[in-house]
Design a protein around this ligand. Structure first.
Ligand SMILES: [Mn+2]
Length: 240
């Protein structure tokens, strides 16, 4: 019995080794799992379900479809790179989209799942940007454009974001402890799993007189990273 959590794979045709590692992970590690949760940024970017084939993402979707076909449920939360994943992707893969945040029952324990970017409240500039691109009007205008133009827009946003990131102090881009505690308090929960910051760790702290646990998932840049939870415990593992 095991439930698996991953995030921040940033899959793209430019990184075939990581795509292959992910497909192998689906075949070898996920088939007998109770569930697989993908907490955002599965893809480097997703410019619309209609662009899946042109973006070279069909092998990934096929791998997911095979896995859900064996009966393993796969849940996916939007990340900041792939928040346009939608119903056509769900239908093609059998993956179910989860809202951010979501609460799940993990072997009898309630656990709060988030992508994690909304916790980075010190990064005011990013939060402003996020509000802009998550606005339905912005999204509507974006998806009405052709694929080539959408790609150009995303690439220019990436360049701007890269330059901004390079100029920011690392601690500004980490999850803010007050935001973490506010979210956990609002949902009356003492366990949180999220990704986004690429700082894999298991944190323990006191919250309202109780021990609280926050697990941060790792990215898939140089290798894979997975959180494996059994009814007894959870452990972060690296995949090479
Ligand atoms: Mn992210």
């Amino acid at each position: 019995m095991a439930t698996l959590f991953i995030s921040d794979l940033h899959l793209s045709v430019e990184r075939p080794t990581i795509v292959e590692l992910f497909l192998r992970f689906l075949r070898e590690r996920c088939v007998r799992a109770d569930a697989l949760y993908i907490l955002g940024d599965l893809f480097e970017y997703w410019i619309g379900d209609d662009a899946a084939e042109a973006s070279g993402y069909l092998p990934v979707m096929e791998g997911l479809r095979k896995l859900t076909g064996t009966g393993t449920p796969v849940y996916l939360m939007h990340g900041n790179r792939d928040f346009l994943l939608d119903g056509t992707f769900e239908q093609a893969t059998g993956v179910r989209l989860l809202p951010d945040p979501s609460i799940i029952d993990l072997y009898g324990q309630p656990v709060l799942l988030m992508h994690g970017d909304t916790l980075c409240t010190d990064d005011v500039e990013y939060q402003t940007f996020r509000a802009t691109v998550r606005n339905p009007t912005w999204i509507g205008r974006f998806v009405s454009k052709g694929l080539k133009e959408r790609r150009t827009i995303v690439e220019s946003l990436r360049e701007t974001s890269k330059a901004a990131t390079a100029a920011k102090k690392p601690e500004i881009m980490d999850a803010n402890q007050e935001a973490i505690e506010a979210a956990m308090t609002a949902y009356r929960i003492r366990r949180l799993i999220h990704g986004h910051t690429h700082r894999p760790a298991q944190h323990e702290f006191q919250l309202g007189g109780e021990t609280a646990y926050r697990t941060v998932l790792g990215d898939w840049y140089d290798q894979g990273s997975v959180l494996i939870c059994t009814p007894r415990s959870c452990a972060l593992e690296q995949l090479g």
